[in-house]
Write a new protein. Structure first.
Length: 564
């Protein structure tokens, strides 16, 4: 019949390309639209009214606005409003309310500083009032702005340090009668020890107060202080990790009325402590300890960063200084002899790990003494197949008193860790890597044990003060093993890697260098431990490189000063 009288169909058009183009156009201007076009499986366009969520770091304006909301509300005493301006309102509200109630802060004034990226520093002034006592308080803190990835909202990243930079998770600001009376810490000669005179001793004096304040006959004053979460827990759990978050004592921030201090005498030498402070002050991330081998008395302790006592509480791989302990084990097991031939190849593979020496050196037809003095890694790794998994752990515990969590030096300390390991990790432990962890106190004690011939637990406060029991080793080395170890360390000091730091220090001395690799660091941590006469010292310079060059000079000066 033809087409006459029939409705004519319009020409079909391909709409897909047009819809896709429209979608691209809408997305391109996205932020102000509030909706965008999608193409469904049938090729038809559909509208989605999901709001646009902003992403990326907070802008300068957003950061300033978040800071103003938070600081403004907090300054007015509106803790609920300030907390609502953070990314954790419940936790923030509790902490901010406690700062007012427990810390007794009044007249709060918060002055923001110059923004840097998403961080805004601010200055705090307030008055702390407790009963009839009142004192002004001023300090600096900072906050950072963050964006919620779900909503795009910018708020203050809540951390306890926003309230005060010394606060960690679970800590509180408290004003009231101090929990522990103050103490007047004295050196071995009766001189007063203070953080002002000896910057490294701030945490030490705080620790002495926490342990002896109630025993030393003092009377508590009124203070604003940081009360640590479970601050009275200095048990094995706290000691085992040895990390920066463990066993910090409460900290006094402001004294409203003086208490009457008790007196605690320590074993510290004023001349050696002054020298230790001088040595670490000229270096970044350095720590040193000096002990007396014949008694275990701690004569000096210092850290470049006084906020944490790395010298007593640090937990670091000791590198090749651990070879002193490993050598004692190999000598006892007849797996090495001072002047006996001993392998030092370029490489040695054990437990699917290929170990090598620094610069891939080797010693052909050399003795064990030569390998020790040159710090040959493979000389020690090559003996791993002949050892049990617990051999090194038992040697460290039974002979050197390490890793038993039972030292009682007078303040909190980490007593070293030599865990039982197997295969490659056990082999790495032989050269102070793997799971082995030490600090300068531990390694000074190792050198002292070699010099004295037996372990004497280091201590800062004499056990006569509180009748506490010091840790003891379960056995001692034979006279032959002790003599061999002294010879190995002495030879290292006169003909090995420790020559330069130990030059001119006489005949009665010995040393061992160490360099410990740490993931993410360009340079290893430098270690050095040594004895001279009745002094033993150990130091670490984190990211210092070779121990003889970085930590060695620190120990040298301590040994020289001790002879003066």
């Amino acid at each position: 019949m033809g087409t006459r009288g029939k409705r004519r169909e319009p020409a079909r058009r391909n709409t897909n390309a047009l819809v896709i183009g429209a979608a691209a156009a809408v997305v391109a201007v996205g932020a102000g639209i509030g909706a965008y076009v999608l193409v469904d499986d049938s090729g038809e366009a559909s509208a989605d009214s999901k709001p646009h969520v902003r992403t990326g770091p907070p802008s300068a304006a957003e950061t300033r606005a978040a800071a103003e909301r938070f600081l403004g509300a907090w300054q007015k005493g509106d803790t609920a409003g300030a907390a609502a301006a953070t990314d954790d309102p419940a936790t923030a509200r509790t902490a901010l309310a406690a700062a007012t109630k427990d810390a007794h802060l009044t007249g709060l004034k918060l002055t923001p500083g110059t923004r840097k990226g998403a961080t805004v520093p601010f200055h705090v002034t307030s008055t702390v009032t407790y009963g009839k006592d009142s004192e002004p308080l001023a300090y600096d803190s900072s906050l950072s702005a963050v964006r919620d990835t779900r909503t795009g909202k910018v708020s203050v990243d809540w951390k306890p340090s926003v309230v005060h930079p010394d606060l960690r998770e679970g800590d509180r600001l408290v004003t009231g009668e101090a929990g522990d009376p103050p103490v007047k810490a004295l050196d071995r000669d009766g001189g007063e020890l203070s953080a002002k005179k000896y910057p490294s001793l701030g945490t030490v004096v705080d620790g002495l107060r926490e342990k002896y304040g109630k025993k030393a006959g003092g009377r508590a004053g009124v203070e604003l202080r940081v009360v640590r979460k479970e601050s009275d827990d200095t048990s094995a759990t706290a000691k085992k990790s040895g990390g920066d978050d463990d066993a910090l004592p409460d900290k006094t921030l402001l004294t409203l009325s003086e208490g009457t201090p008790g007196t605690v005498r320590t074993t510290l030498s004023p001349s050696l402590q002054a020298e230790a402070e001088k040595q670490v002050a000229s270096r970044e991330r350095a720590s040193v300890v000096v002990v007396r081998p014949s008694t275990g008395e701690i004569l000096a302790v210092a850290n470049s960063s006084p906020g944490f006592n790395t010298a007593f509480q640090g937990s670091l791989a000791p590198g090749s200084t651990m070879k002193v302990i490993t050598s004692s084990m190999l000598l006892e097991k007849k797996l090495a002899g001072v002047d006996k031939k001993h392998p030092c190849p370029k490489y040695f593979t054990y437990g699917h790990w290929k170990f090598q020496n620094d610069d891939k050196f080797q010693i052909k037809d050399g003795t064990f003494k030569a390998s020790f003095a040159a710090s040959c890694n493979t000389a020690f790794i090559s003996q791993a197949p002949k050892l049990d998994d617990n051999s090194l752990t038992e040697q460290a515990q039974q002979v050197f008193g390490l890793g038993m969590d039972n030292w009682s030096i007078g303040v909190s300390s980490f007593d070293g860790a030599v865990p039982v390991q197997s295969q490659a990790q056990m082999a790495a432990s032989l050269i102070g890597q793997g799971g082995v962890r030490m600090n300068p106190l531990n390694m000074a004690s190792v050198a002292a044990t070699v010099k004295a011939g037996s372990f004497h637990q280091p201590y800062l406060v004499s056990p006569d003060v509180d009748h506490r029991t010091l840790a003891k080793a379960s056995r001692t080395m034979s006279a032959k093993t002790v003599g061999d170890l002294r010879e190995l360390m002495h030879y290292t000091a006169v003909a090995g890697t420790a020559v330069k730091p130990m030059a001119g220090l006489g005949a009665d001395m010995g040393a061992k260098t160490g360099s410990a690799e740490v993931d993410g660091q360009k340079e290893p941590n430098g270690w050095f431990t040594a004895w001279r006469g009745d002094l033993a010292a150990a130091a670490v310079v984190q990211q210092g490189g070779h121990g003889g060059d970085s930590a060695g000079p620190v120990v040298r000066e301590m040994l020289l000063k001790g002879a003066g």
